[in-house]
Design a protein around this ligand. Structure first.
Ligand code: NAD
Length: 480
């Protein structure tokens, strides 16, 4: 080990008391699934963590029936302030078990422990605290007088922020008075199952939240179920489209949070050191498995060389490896399939003329890994400038004028987020105004707050999560 290298600092897994196998969490109890069991593995080692049940359509029926009964008999009759007490209790239990949840998340997902510990889990608690505060104030949310819950919410989430996406879904749904059946992604069910234990600890009435595990078929059975009133989905645009078709013609209310291909625009008057950190955070945070990742860097032509040079220098200092090591910056890619997709799209990027550069780093023998990679001189028409790679790969494009930057930023089928780096407030406001993106960050990137709405335009989906807007997605308008 050289003088400047860090000694390993692995977080202990002794805090985890995992079961060998997990069933479905329905009506406040653990029950067996009727589908084929599967394994959840650590993407960093490929070792099995636990056996997980698959919910068959009959199990989904049972979960929806439990949610309906809990809605009719308990949750819809409870006062907002009492619902709020349960949400506060859940938030505090998340804080109490924060370290354990962070370790479980990094183990199952592959993300660095410093991210699950310092970003994911604190935000999960913040989301529950925030919506706990709204539960008894719905009349004052500006959503009309006497807004009412929808009923049973079917929620399907992806693998990139397993516990955080769960919080984004469950917290507003419960605050607004709905009951829930949630399906986590098949590669990352663990933290949702630990969360079910937290619900038991919080003594949440049985059936208010049900968690069913399984793959796409379980998700399809859930969103198509005739007795659900609301569908909330976060995942790929392809599956979002299927869901929209499947529920067209029903009166289900729907929120779709889909993919993205965000532009991170750096003007020549930007503070370059901060911008470089922001570019790194924008695309290499969570291995680039981020829907709103700044995967297209639009840099003003006269500072292109300087920015790319500094970026390469900075990326050469990132440490890739064991997600449970507290020094790790870049963890494992979540699955073999995802790694294949990143490799395929990167090869296409090269074939289409992009100049490929990867940070020099040791790739561990087992597990799924991809070194932080930059493609320079990418054209707007290139596949890697248009398709979501969902990995640690940055495409670099240049522009000369603000108008060109705006045109290039908006030249995408997506519209989830964007970033602007400039010293001039007026320039930031003028450009932000013209970007077709749900979230625009200025001189920062990937900042999340429960009070701030989040969602997309175009193929990034519809509906908003977070803030008062996130409540609206789970309420019927004012009673006339
Ligand atoms: P995915 O669409 O493959 O899967 C998402 C979830 O849907 C999983 O739980 C999966 O089991 C389930 N599913 C699969 N087929 C289904 C079907 N036919 N009916 C119902 N459910 C089905 O997406 P993924 O690969 O898990 O996640 C990555 C995608 O999620 C990326 O495109 C990313 O941009 C997007 N994402 C969006 C946001 C946002 O807020 N906009 C946030 C995180 C991730």
């Amino acid at each position: 080990m050289s003088f400047l290298e860090y000694a390993p600092a692995p977080e202990s897994t002794s805090i985890l008391h995992l079961k060998k196998s997990y069933g479905l969490f329905i009506d406040g109890e653990w029950v067996d699934g009727r589908g084929q069991n599967f394994s959840t593995i650590s993407p960093a080692t490929e070792k099995k963590i636990a056996t997980i049940a698959t919910a068959s359509p009959k199990d989904v029926d049972r979960a929806v029936a439990a949610a309906r009964t809990a809605y009719d008999r308990v949750w819809s009759k409870m006062s907002g302030s009492d619902r709020g007490k349960y949400l506060f209790r859940i938030a505090r239990l998340v804080q109490e078990r924060a370290r354990e949840l962070a370790v479980a998340e990094s183990l199952d997902n592959g993300k660095p422990i410093k991210e699950s510990r310092d970003v994911d889990v604190p935000l999960v608690a913040a989301w529950f605290f925030y919506y706990a505060g709204w539960a008894d104030k719905l009349d004052y949310a500006g959503l009309g007088a006497n807004p009412r819950a929808l009923g049973v919410a079917a929620q399907v989430i992806p693998w990139n922020f397993p516990l955080l996406m769960l919080a984004w879904k469950i917290a507003p749904a419960l605050a607004a008075g709905n009951t829930v059946v949630l399906k986590p992604a098949e590669t990352t069910p663990l933290s949702a199952l630990l969360f079910a234990e937290i619900l038991q600890q919080a003594e949440l009435p049985p059936g208010v939240v049900n968690i069913v595990t399984g793959a796409g078929e379980t998700g399809a059975a859930l969103v198509r179920h005739p007795d659900v009133n609301k569908v909330a989905f976060t995942g790929s645009t392809g599956v979002g489209r299927e869901i929209a078709k499947a529920i067209a013609g029903t009166d289900k209310k729907v929120t779709l949070e889909l993919g993205g291909k965000a532009a991170n625009i750096v003007f020549d008057d930007a503070p370059i050191d901060q911008a470089v950190e922001g570019i790194v955070n924008g695309i290499f945070f969570n291995q680039g498995h981020v829907c709103c990742a700044g995967s297209r860097l639009l840099v003003q032509e006269n500072i292109h060389e300087e920015v790319v040079g500094r970026l390469k220098q900075r990326l050469s200092t990132l440490r890739l490896g064991d997600p449970l090591d507290k020094n790790t910056d870049i963890g494992a890619i979540n699955s073999k399939d995802q790694l294949e997709r990143i490799r395929t799209l990167s090869d296409i990027g090269e074939q289409e003329g992009g100049e490929r550069w990867s940070a020099p780093c040791m790739i561990p023998e087992n597990g799924f890994w991809f070194a932080p990679t930059i493609f320079d001189n990418v054209q707007t028409s290139s596949t890697i400038a248009r398709e979501e790679i969902f990995g640690p790969v940055l495409s670099v494009l240049t522009f000369r004028t603000p108008a060109e930057a705006i045109a290039k930023a908006n030249n995408t089928p997506y519209g989830l987020s964007a970033g602007i780096w400039s010293d001039k407030g007026s320039k930031i406001l003028a450009v932000a105004d013209k970007l077709r993106a749900g979230v625009v960050w200025a001189n920062t990137f990937n900042r999340f707050d429960p009070a701030s709405p989040f969602g997309g335009y175009k193929e990034s989906g519809y509906g908003r999560e977070g803030g008062r807007h996130g409540l609206n997605a789970y309420l019927k308008g004012a009673a006339k």
